[in-house]
Design a protein around this ligand. Structure first.
Ligand code: FPP
Length: 251
């Protein structure tokens, strides 16, 4: 059996500098479909196929966590047909992928306001989360009905409630307390953020967590994104010097 380190080396990557956590803004499904005269939903269906490719590649190279921006809190404003199609796709994918998640040792978690999702989507995601709870090869975090500002609002409300109950003093609120009250306290901050389809913005994604994240943008549309593109992104990440506010000589 080939280990993740061997697979990374075979792909030309340094196995000791694989990003622990990669976050992805999967953009361009609509444009991909439009270029082909297809419905926007056809673009999302093709995008789902890219999700499978990238999850497999991430597992292969030993990435520990992968966060995918699947549906934002603002995406509800899209045409009803598209929203319903994406919800159906998420529910179906959750049902279809469970076996593969188990085989790959992937734990599924979901971040966002889940109680606002259609019940069948909640149920199928909850089922996968429960069944994959003990898997430890990689964590796949789907951001669904997710908004970065909302996440911070929700964290502030939790913290304020602790203060009101006398369980926390205001002066004890620090970075750690805020991070612990975000949706995914169990995940480290992303080392790298990949965005497809060329836009140079963060679109309300992981606003707190990406403070020192390395950003990599490609013009490729998400449905066209390949395993080689993923390798290219990691390879570029491995050439960067992460300074965290220090000088290049200090790090
Ligand atoms: C952005 O492209 C993509 C989305 C809002 C949906 C992402 C969903 C998937 C990739 C499919 C389902 C995924 C899983 C995990 C089951 P866009 O529609 O904004 O593209 P555009 O900017 O070209 O219009």
């Amino acid at each position: 059996m080939t280990t993740p380190a061997e697979k990374a080396i075979a792909a030309g990557l340094d196995p000791n500098r694989i990003p622990k956590h990669i976050a992805i803004i999967m953009d361009g499904n609509g444009r991909w479909a439009k270029e082909r005269g297809l419905s926007r939903l056809a673009g999302h269906i093709q995008g789902y196929s890219t999700v499978r490719t990238v999850v497999e590649a991430a597992v292969d190279f030993g990435v520990q966590a992968l966060t995918l921006y699947t549906f934002s809190s603002e995406n509800w404003n899209r045409p009803k047909e598209e929203v319903e199609g994406i919800m159906r796709l998420i529910a179906e994918a959750a049902r279809k992928e469970l076996d593969d998640l188990m085989k790959q040792g992937v734990r599924l978690i979901v971040s966002g306001r889940l109680s606002e999702l259609p019940e069948d989507v909640q149920d199928s995601l909850a089922c996968d989360m429960e069944r994959t709870r003990q898997n430890s090869v990689m964590t796949l975090n789907l951001a669904v009905n997710y908004g970065g500002r909302r996440e911070i609002v929700d964290a502030v409300q939790n913290i304020a409630a602790l203060v009101a109950k006398g369980e926390l003093a205001p002066e004890d609120i620090d970075d750690k307390v805020i991070a612990e009250n975000l949706y995914t306290p169990q995940l480290p901050d992303p080392d790298m953020l990949i965005r497809t389809a060329g836009e140079l913005r963060v679109s309300n994604f992981l606003l707190w967590q990406i403070a020192y994240t390395e950003i990599w943008v490609t013009q490729d549309l998400w449905p066209d994104f390949t395993r080689d593109d993923f390798i290219r992104a990691i390879s570029d990440y491995q050439k960067r010097i992460r300074k965290f506010g220090k000088t290049a000589d200090q790090v």
